[in-house]
Design a protein around this ligand. Sequence first.
Ligand SMILES: Cc1ncc(COP(=O)(O)O)c(C=O)c1O
Length: 374
Amino acid sequence: MSGGDLATPAVRALAPYVIGKPISELSRELGMAEEDIVKLASNENPLGPAPAVLEAMQRSLTEVWLYPDGNGHDLKQALARRHGVALNQVTLGNGSNDLLVLLAEAFLSPDTSAVYSQYAFAIYGIAVQATGARANVAPAHPADHPMALGHDLDAMRAAIDADTRLLYIANPNNPTGTWNTPRQLEAFLDAVPPHVIVALDEAYFEYSRRVDCPDGMQLVARYPNLVVLRTFSKAHALAGVRVGYAISHADVADVLNRVRQPFNVSIPALAGAQAALAEQEQPRRALRLVEEGLRQLQEALPRLGVKMYPTAGNFVLADVGADGSAVYQKLLRQGVIVRPVGGYGLPRCVRITLGTAEQNERLIRSLATAMGKG
Ligand SMILES: Cc1ncc(COP(=O)(O)O)c(C=O)c1O
């Protein structure tokens, strides 16, 4: 018997999360310079953090011999002010991913169930499965629906049973880019029984302002079972330092803080996030870049026979009409990294992060070659 065999049956059955291929890895494989590789695979913001954010992190480096403030007081206070909540309603995470997992640890056990949608962000399934809880996966909207592949909130409501303790909604969802409107979300929250915690994942909130997507923070006071998650990884361009947060009722935050590691957010992350919060212009620039990128792709991709799904994020799900993983491989050979989504049950698609105009152009040219239309 190997050590791995001693893991719980639930953990042994887990398939690991597939990350976007790192630039350094492809560089080694192809012998191509890292500068010549374009990565549009992890929904990162190519503008990078604002200069004041970089400076704040730089300044914080003199303190890294100390443990960080385990209560994250200053950042929490800034977040509480921003969202008009009390300090004890804020929980900090090592990225919002950390909080998605803490929610599962706090609310799930093998005799409970959790609900999420087909095609939902893959971490939900992994977090749930690791606890041994049952996953009630609700079918997504079908292909002929205006929000094809999106969360069907009626189906999610129907998937709740007496054992359900946790339900995840990604708004917008990754990898589909789909979203639910404020009216749909509020009607849903009214119908969810009080024994279920609703984790509303708004990782792409800043980008979702383009469409009729709700601001979950406005709903926290009304629904004591609602947890809204945000991150500094996407529009704030701090993916590499790992910091996200949850706003919820104080009772829920209290429980999350019991399972949280005491020093889960590092000193540079605390400093960077706090400085990023003061930046009004940087997320707006990120949104403008996405709007421009979308226009660029919308003009070019249909001509290559590629169908783009509507998106509220900084990425698009593209149906290449053929084997998505083969197209992914052909793009890799040209130094362009996108994300294959066969593991999500979307074998004809790839997910493309919207980059700079230059990166998008390179993607378009490489895609044309990959599809035999170059
Ligand atoms: C929907 C969604 N939620 C959460 C995350 C986690 O982001 P982070 O842990 O960097 O905050 C991601 C990252 O890709 C995401 O797409």
